[in-house]
Design a protein around this ligand. Structure first.
Ligand SMILES: Cc1ncc(C[n+]2csc(CCOP(=O)(O)OP(=O)(O)O)c2C)c(N)n1
Length: 569
């Protein structure tokens, strides 16, 4: 029997280590689906919407560190992937998306379900390929996976016309592919003299600093440098703050941990940055949510920036020293040069903000709980069970980031760069398929949950043991908060109704409970944790809570609001 483009695509994916892909079929991708069926070695997870497939591939990639793969048909199937690709691009998630395309002869004729998906996704992918012939497919797949992993990881798209999927591969390509092993190599381009000189300068600055802050981003997770960073912090007595995406790269309860920094960062993390004389930034972008008003960021500090992506250096904060390269290669060189020392005076100074670190939130009692207090109970259970947690976007996301205790690395799935509502549930499905033995929690707002709620069916079909908490305040909470604070309390378009989430879950075959009283929360969380299969809690919370601290857009990090004040119009 002839080997088709679809067959060789399956073989090439398998050779890259792909054992599961997330997708939704349609006409232009059917020859590939047929080949998948013939091949039989790759598990296909049917998402109910292609956005769900992309987020699931993203969740799979974030928890494993390997490339996640999603598949869609041409036209609307392909365009439905776009938000997932943009989300992965913003957060440096290695992914390969495969899309069907109309047959070569029909391209450019406005054929049924034809769309220029390479054009549409060019800004939200690292690269895009069109497979002109079946023979090109093995080379394209190898290159796509290399690009997805290389340097700053991200998504790559491969568009495969339908007739290319069914055309026969030549004998030469078939036999060459069968005997050529796939080699996955790390890029090594950082051992040049300039990089070493910069690392020397960085080490000297760390040694001399009296009030240093180590700022940890997602690059620390991507490079597998979590332990090295912890040892460096302990060796040189460096207080540590994290970005939202670096939250699980440093243990939250470590004595040197100051917590999250940025718009909703802890007072001590933000004040520490503002008073520091050295910021050592590792694997992050210094984005606007983290930096606040850039001109006022860390005004007394020298900044050292390590990152693999040269394009992020100097974008918002101009560093005094920058080191470009994979942290796996550059950080050990820095750690070997930094001298051990203690900085007792600086740590005493940091303690001054400790009393501000704990927000005053009412205890759980009768009646609707304060959302942050309620999420503290959920977060504690996540900590106890060393679980993975996926959040959606909005107030609950920030409360979880503030409340989560120590997490295993690669266990916090959240969309930092794109802030994509609807992400949590499908991302958690990807994580559950990658890590079937771990507890996986989904924490979503009642708004975002309704954006990808159809993926409950995927979770059931794939037997994902998800514990789902819908934080139900009847508002698009974060939008309502901004309207309260900056738009005179005019709640324009932010009140949202929803279904009875527990009943909806039950309709999908998932047991659900409604919790509308703080005193009942502990039991409900224990119930959800103990369930054999997936379980859902519709957690009704006080409707108009706000997230604090809050650095208003355009303010400096020390201008954070820690207590309610009159709305600004
Ligand atoms: C796809 C998408 N649309 C719109 C927004 C803008 N947005 C950010 S937070 C938010 C409100 C989220 O509400 P909800 O899911 O109920 O969570 P809560 O803030 O109440 O915790 C909105 C609409 C977004 N981030 N993503």
């Amino acid at each position: 029997m002839k080997t088709t483009g679809g067959d060789i695509l399956c073989q090439a994916l398998h050779a890259q280590g792909v054992r599961v892909l997330f997708g939704h079929p349609g006409g232009a991708i059917l020859p590939f689906y047929d080949a998948l069926h013939r091949d039989g070695r790759i598990r296909h997870v049917l998402a109910r919407h292609e956005q769900g497939a992309a987020h699931a591939a993203d969740g799979y990639a974030r928890v494993t560190g390997v490339v996640g793969v999603c598949v869609a048909t041409s036209g609307p199937g392909a365009t439905n992937l776009v938000t997932g690709l943009a989300t992965a691009m913003a957060d440096s998630v290695p992914m390969v998306a495969i899309t069907g395309q109309v047959p070569r002869g029909a391209m450019g004729t406005e054929a049924f379900q034809e769309t220029d998906i390479l054009g549409i996704t060019a800004p939200v992918t690292k690269y895009g390929f069109l497979a002109h012939t079946a023979d090109e497919i093995p080379g394209i797949v190898a290159e796509a996976f290399r690009i997805a992993r290389a340097g700053r990881p991200g998504p790559v798209l491969i568009d495969v016309p339908k007739d290319v999927q069914s055309e026969a591969v030549s004998d030469e390509v078939r036999s060459a592919f069968a005997c050529s092993p796939v080699v996955v190599s790390r890029t090594r381009d950082n051992d040049d003299a300039l990089t070493l000189a910069q690392i020397h300068r960085a080490a000297a600055l760390v040694d001399r600093a009296e009030r240093p802050v180590l700022l940890v981003g997602r690059g620390v997770l991507l490079s597998g440098m979590v332990d090295t960073v912890r040892r460096l912090a302990e060796w040189a007595d460096l207080p540590v703050v994290t970005s939202l995406l670096g939250l699980d790269a440093f243990p939250a309860q470590h004595p040197l941990a100051l917590g999250l920094t940025g718009m909703h960062g802890t007072p001590r993390a933000n004040h520490a940055i503002q008073e520091s004389d050295l910021i050592l930034g590792l694997g992050l972008r210094f984005d606007d949510r983290l930096v606040g008003h850039a001109e006022d960021f860390a005004p007394r500090a020298r900044v050292v920036h390590f990152d693999v992506d040269p394009s992020v250096i100097g974008r918002t904060i101009r560093p005094h020293v920058s080191v470009i390269g994979d942290l796996a290669e550059t950080l050990p060189l820095l750690a070997a040069r930094v001298r051990p020392r203690t900085r007792a005076a600086w740590r005493d100074r940091l303690r001054a903000w400790d009393r501000e670190a704990e927000p005053l939130t009412p205890a759980l009692a009768e009646g609707l709980p304060h959302a942050r207090t309620a999420l503290r109970v959920v977060a504690a259970q996540i900590g106890r069970s060393h679980a993975i947690v996926a959040t959606d976007v909005g107030q609950h996301q920030m409360w979880m980031a503030q409340e989560l205790p120590d997490l295993e690395p690669r266990s916090f799935l959240t969309t930092g760069g794109m802030g994509t509502m609807g992400y949590a549930l499908p991302a958690a499905i990807g994580a559950a398929i990658a890590c079937p033995d771990r507890d996986i929690w989904v924490v979503a707002g009642d708004g975002g949950f309704q954006m990808c709620v159809q993926e409950l069916a995927t979770a059931v079909q794939e037997r994902c043991r998800l514990r789902i908490v819908v934080v139900n305040n009847g508002y698009l909470g974060m939008v309502r908060q901004w309207q309260e604070m900056f738009y005179g309390g005019r709640y324009s378009g932010s009140e949202i109704s929803g279904p009875d989430f527990a009943a909806l879950a039950l309709a999908y075959g998932i047991p659900g409970r409604t919790v509308a009283c703080g005193a009942a929360l502990g039991d409900a969380v224990s119930w959800a944790s103990a369930e054999e299969g997936p379980a859902l809690l519709d957690l009704r919370v006080a409707r108009e809570d706000n997230v604090y601290p809050f650095v208003p857009a355009g303010a400096a990090l020390h201008e954070l609001i820690v207590a309610p004040r009159a709305a600004v119009s």
